[in-house]
Design a protein around this ligand. Structure first.
Ligand code: PMP
Length: 340
């Protein structure tokens, strides 16, 4: 039996997530596809890891002191991770987010005790963009730090020291490929760097959604986006500090429709309720698995990230009206429930 040891405190619950073989994706790829269950973190997403590392890093640098405040501009999972970690360590949390985000996210952050500051959505170049507003608030608030997840490399360190090591041990050092999509890029860069240190032959693939610029950057050296995506938390238009030096060997572009196929199949066939970035990652992992099989690698082992729980998207991904309003296919049983 594989029972984990008891933990001495709740923050130790972050990371050390299970790795699970995904039956449908493995069959489709013709090799083993593994999913790292990041939805099993206390905040139900991969971002708990970055939240913990950024806060610990600010403490170590002496910037965050007892009773201090953590401020971040984020629309979702990072804010949830920060609020939980800050509660556990006695800090206050202020989250600045665009006012067009889902009510569920606002309710969740408020429920966790974060102070929410809502600002109108605008482009990144505008000083009123939520990320700039949050940075200025931190500069002007006594005892506050700005987490700054995009360019704060404590984010990817969480994956170099955590996720990558875990994957290496969980696969017994037998891992041929890893892929995931990038939001800040902390996960793909950190896992890539950590695994390459163990074995430089592990192939690291970026899986990019439509509407992001990284696929073209790694394929053709030009930051250029095409199309769009409704996936939350992924899709980057620039080389963040976390992405600098990321060891990307190859890249795939995956549509929302392809990702949704796997969101539906993972739920219907394997009992996992996931968000769309996980579905896109699974589709990317299948593409990587097929590529390695075609090159003649013997039963390649490919891993990806199951980033967050689908329970966070009940009013969107799991809602027939919302899917139809985005011209996305409605899952069979949602369509039936809608007409019942
Ligand atoms: N999926 C979801 C649902 C996320 O919230 C995030 C974080 N933005 C990611 C994937 C991507 O992770 P990273 O920021 O490490 O690139």
């Amino acid at each position: 039996m594989n029972i984990t040891q008891p933990f001495g405190d709740t923050l130790a619950l972050i990371g050390n997530t299970p790795l699970v073989r995904l039956a449908g994706p493995s069959e489709t790829a013709g090799c083993d596809i593994w999913g790292k269950c990041e939805f099993a973190n206390p905040g139900s997403s991969v971002k708990d890891r970055a939240a913990l590392y950024m806060i610990r890093d600010a403490e170590e640098r002496g910037e965050l002191k007892p009773g201090g405040t953590v401020i971040e501009g984020t629309a979702g999972n990072t804010g949830i991770g920060i609020a939980l970690v800050a509660n556990a360590l006695g800090y206050k949390t202020v989250i600045v987010m665009p006012d067009n985000q889902s009510k569920e996210k606002m309710d969740t952050l408020r429920a966790l005790g974060a102070q929410l500051v809502l600002v109108p959505p605008t482009k990144y170049a505008d000083p009123a963009h939520f990320q700039h507003v949050s940075r200025r608030m931190a500069e002007e608030t006594e005892g506050a730090i700005w987490a700054g997840q995009f360019d704060n490399v404590a984010n990817r360190k969480a994956h170099i020291e955590g996720t990558a090591q875990e994957l290496w041990h969980q696969t017994g050092g037998r891992i041929d490929g890893f892929t995931c999509a990038a939001g800040t890029g902390g996960t793909i860069a950190g896992v890539g760097m950590g695994l390459k240190e163990k074995d430089e032959n592990v192939r690291i693939a970026l899986t990019d959604p439509h509407g992001a610029a990284l696929y073209n950057y790694f394929a053709h050296g030009e930051l250029k986006s095409e199309g769009s995506s409704v996936a939350e938390g992924i899709g980057q238009g620039r080389i963040t500090a976390n992405l600098e030096g990321a060891p990307i060997d190859t890249q795939f572009r995956i549509s929302d429709e392809e990702g949704l196929v796997w969101v539906e199949r993972m739920l219907r066939e394997e009992g996992l309720c996931l968000g769309l970035s996980s579905g896109i990652n699974v589709a990317g992992a299948i593409a990587l698995g097929k590529q390695l099989v075609a090159e003649g690698r013997d039963n390649p082992q490919v891993a990806t990230i199951l980033c967050d729980t689908g329970f966070r998207y009940l009013s969107t991904l799991y809602n027939a009206e919302w899917l139809a309003s985005k011209d996305l296919p409605v899952f069979d049983w949602l369509a039936q429930a809608a007409t019942a």
